[in-house]
Design a protein around this ligand. Structure first.
Ligand code: SAH
Ligand code: SF4
Length: 394
């Protein structure tokens, strides 16, 4: 039946099921000659029952069929993989333009979290990140972002669970796509019923974006992917640091905390011999304590990616690093890498499938990465006095 109709190949901007606003839907139904209360029925079906028009049984059959055609889904399922004894589900979906994006549902004893993508690819170029290595394809639309969460929510519901958290930690940089990301946040809050603090926006550190987030009324949880606590190393690991260095980033974070009164977190991918030394813990702890309240640190061993020659720190070192941070008065959590066997670690998505699909492009990306490594190595040779190790060791 038409339940699976998708918008792939449709003209850009055509309405999709989770792209339409409540007002759009009202107008659409009015133009179909429907009474006003139909919009409520459809909206409740989409956001409370988490079903498509075909399954909204209080609608007349003809209208269900018509809405299936008028409001197609925007994501075409490609694969669905399960790991961690069914507790982690990775959805790979195709969006208009033929790009593939990933969404990961993680079921924990106390919560059900979905990690959504905000862009197909990413333009930020962090060398250790599979998404960054493959480059930028396009921004996702609000509907494409919301639909990822709804798909996961429906899946959680089928397992007897209620989706409780959404983290923008999939592919892409959410603060580089604010015009689509923020309406999605509002929809997840207002229509899917998730509390603002259970919505986490993870950013590489786009300072103007953090400042705009500060002005917004919903106090979402902010996570900053720090990975290095001095500009020398961060410039290499996270190139956008050259534009928004650590001091400016911390100022913006402090502004956010002052406005919303929440604790924030720093994400720290532990890279063997690069950012996992005792001196890194000392530097990081002092940055965390500059914020009021002090930032929490999430430690995750780096996932190996094809285009980056470094590996994750051994678990014993990750734990030592956490203990060191805690001895310096900073709370830190070692995050388990969910779904590593299905390449579903958040932020480390899409590598394997895309590799086949975009082999040529990926090789170009690796060449670019190698080129960057050459440049880094050269810079380090020039700057032999620096005590930090090069990010890209060969
Ligand atoms: N662009 C945003 C959100 C997506 S990335 C950001 O950078 O915050 C989500 C998280 O995964 C970030 O903390 C990112 O640094 C991290 N990440 C990326 N590649 C990784 C890898 N290979 N191993 C571990 N974490 C990684
Ligand atoms: Fe983009 Fe985040 Fe990956 Fe950096 S870590 S390339 S910002 S997705």
């Amino acid at each position: 039946m038409s339940e699976t109709s998708v918008a792939i190949g449709r003209r850009p901007g055509a309405p999709t099921r989770y792209g339409v606003t409540r007002d759009d839907l009202g107008e659409l139904l009015a133009s179909e000659g429907q009474p006003r209360y139909r919009a409520d029925q459809v909206w409740r079906g989409l956001y409370e029952q988490l079903v498509g028009p075909a399954a909204i049984t209080n609608l007349p059959a003809a209208l269900r069929t018509r809405l299936e055609a008028l409001l197609p889904l925007a994501l075409e399922p490609v694969t669905e993989s399960v790991a961690d004894d069914g507790e982690t589900v990775k959805f790979l979906s195709r969006v208009a333009g033929g790009y593939e994006v990933e969404t990961v549902l993680m079921l924990y004893p106390d919560r059900a979290t979905v990690c959504v993508s905000s862009q197909a690819g990413c333009a930020m170029g962090c060398g250790f990140c599979a998404t960054g290595q493959a480059g930028f394809d396009r921004h996702l639309t609000t509907g494409e972002i919301v639909e990822q969460a709804v798909t996961a929510a429906a899946r959680a519901k089928a397992a007897g669970r209620r989706l409780s958290n959404v983290v923008f930690m999939g592919m892409g940089e959410p603060l580089a796509n604010e015009t689509a990301m923020w309406p999605a946040v509002e929809r997840l809050h207002g229509d899917l019923g998730l509390s603002a603090r259970h919505l986490t926006v993870s950013t590489v550190g786009i300072v103007p974006g953090i400042r705009r987030l500060t002005e917004r009324p919903l106090p979402v949880t902010l996570a900053v992917s720090l990975h290095a606590a001095n500009d020398g190393l961060r410039d290499e690991l996270v190139p956008i640091n050259r534009r928004y260095p650590i001091d400016a980033l911390l100022d913006a974070c402090q502004g956010y905390l002052a406005a919303h009164g929440r604790r924030m977190s720093f994400e720290w991918a532990m890279i063997d011999g690069v950012n996992d030394r005792p001196s890194d813990a000392v530097e990081l702890a002092s940055l965390c304590r500059r914020l009021r309240p002090a930032a929490h640190v999430n430690l995750i061993p780096l996932n190996p990616t094809p285009g980056w020659p470094t590996t994750g720190s051994p678990l014993a070192r990750v734990r030592d690093f956490r203990d060191h941070l805690e001895s310096l008065g900073v709370q830190a959590t070692v995050r388990r890498n969910r779904g590593t066997d299905i390449d579903a670690a958040c932020g480390q998505l899409a590598a394997r499938h895309r590799e086949g699909q975009l082999a040529a492009r990926h090789r170009e990306g690796q060449l670019a990465a190698r080129h960057r490594e050459g440049q880094l190595a050269a810079r380090h040779r020039e700057d032999g006095s620096r005590d930090q190790q090069p990010a890209a060791r060969t």
